[in-house]
Write a protein that binds this ligand. Structure first.
Ligand SMILES: [Zn+2]
Length: 134
């Protein structure tokens, strides 16, 4: 976890927004940025975002709910939300744990995700939900 990023403190309730500002999120991050990672699945490799885990109840859309568009693919389980105006992906409800959102760390106001240093990459190509049951 990271409670500061490049010297910038992560607030216990931190604001996040899309690029045009239509969509604003309030995110409770009492433990800082948890499990930041990249993913090499077919969607994430195109977006290139760094995501962090946030329990569903700790993320609230406080503006622009009507601007959010939903994108789903493959098993149609994960719910990928993005701003219909600027196209920035803000968060998604995860397929591997539907009780969590994956938050786009780059949307956190004042936080530069490049200051997080080396970020592990999840093996999204071989997603756990795609493997044959043992
Ligand atoms: Zn926007």
């Amino acid at each position: 976890m990271s409670r500061t990023v490049g010297g910038v403190p992560v607030q216990p309730v931190h604001m996040a927004s899309c690029h045009c500002g239509a969509v604003r999120l309030e995110v409770e991050l009492p433990d800082g940025i948890v499990e930041p990672r990249r993913c090499d699945c077919s969607l994430c490799r195109r977006k290139g975002t760094i995501v962090a885990s946030v329990p569903l109840e700790r993320l609230r859309v406080v503006a622009g709910q009507d601007q959010l568009r939903l994108y789903q693919f493959n098993t149609m389980t994960a719910r990928h939300w993005f701003c219909g105006t600027c196209g920035i992906h803000t968060h998604h409800q995860r397929r591997s744990d539907p009780n969590e959102y994956g938050l786009n760390v780059g949307c956190l106001e004042g936080i530069n995700p490049f200051d997080l240093g080396d970020i592990p990459t999840s093996d999204g190509v071989n997603h756990p939900s795609d493997r044959e049951p043992a």
